[in-house]
Design a protein around this ligand. Structure first.
Ligand code: 0O2
Length: 272
């Protein structure tokens, strides 16, 4: 197939990958803005390389006219989670997305591959808009933990290096590493609630500080510099105490003060 035809073929998949990455990143952002723990840690996307598509077609005996129907991972999304428990939460989120229709799921967490590969795969249908009208495409979503991703990335590079002839001693080491990764995920799960508490604390603090600084900046419009400086100094004092409750209290008080100044400014404008 000519390179221009490959470009035409892959172009809607590039759009699908870009859109899906934006959508999943937005879900992460929404969680953070609402001070909620996000089961998604990171999202990456890629369009399968032509070489990799050709290799898969050859290996599976797929003819060109069946390429788009049978190579289901031309568009690939990878969602990385912190904990194994988050994978189910991510699957539930995707099941609720009305613009993604699940074709089928492969659970390599239960049916671990012989290589030791663990991950959760979803094949979805996703529609993109092109100048020729809507195109309903397939995409593969891989959901795995940071630890699973670490193992899979290394193993994938070694598979590429040895091209299907991995020496038994390397295979054995990878198998041992896969067992260690399983243990690591279980260990991390056992301290999940503590880690989540710490992360929630930090996210809540980040959002509060951003809100407070925004309010202080707004105060400059309505109040004297001296007054704002006093409030700012008080904020630094509360911030240094590293006490979330005090910070929340300060945030509430500042909200009231800002509203007061704003109301005064509106009244002055009205009376003028
Ligand atoms: P890429 O783009 O390089 O990642 P297959 O027959 O395995 O090629 P199949 O049956 O369509 O593919 O689906 P499967 O088994 O779910 O695998 C799809 C993708 O999952 C692979 O894509 C890998 O990304 C990943 N994967 C599956 N098995 C393994 C494994 O043992 N080790 C690692 N590291 N990854 C695996 P590709 O085709 O490799 O392409």
């Amino acid at each position: 197939m000519e390179i221009q035809l490959w470009r035409n073929l892959l172009s809607p998949y590039e759009l699908a990958v870009r859109e899906l990455v934006v959508k999943f990143n937005h879900i992460i952002r929404e969680h953070k803005e609402k001070d909620l723990y996000s089961p998604m840690e990171q999202v990456i996307g890629r369009v399968k390389s032509i070489a990799s598509i050709l290799e898969k077609m050859q290996r599976k005996g797929i003819p060109f006219d069946r390429l788009e129907a049978e190579v289901e991972d031309i568009a690939g999304i990878r969602i990385i989670c912190q904990f194994e428990e988050d994978i189910d939460a991510v699957v539930s989120i995707i099941q609720k997305c009305s613009d993604m229709e699940i074709k089928y799921e492969k659970n390599y967490l239960i049916n671990v591959k012989e290589s030791g590969y663990r991950s959760y795969h979803l094949i979805i249908y996703y529609t993109v808009q092109t100048i020729d009208g809507p195109r309903r495409l397939q995409a593969e979503i891989q959901i795995r933990t940071l630890a699973m991703n670490f193992w899979a990335t290394i193993e994938h590079s070694l598979q590429y290096k040895y091209k299907g002839n991995m020496p038994p001693h390397v295979r054995e080491r990878l198998s041992k590493a896969a067992a260690a990764i399983l243990l690591l995920d279980r260990e991390m799960s056992s301290v999940r609630s503590e880690i989540m508490d710490a992360q929630n604390f930090s996210q809540l603090q980040t959002n509060l500080v951003a809100d407070i600084l925004n309010n202080i900046e707004n105060l400059y419009k309505f109040s004297s510099k001296r007054e704002v400086k006093k409030i700012q100094d008080e904020f630094f004092r509360v911030y240094e105490s590293n006490n979330l409750q005090q910070l929340e209290r300060f945030h509430r008080q500042l909200d009231i003060i800002t509203e007061g100044y704003r109301a005064q400014a509106v009244t002055k404008e009205f009376m003028a």
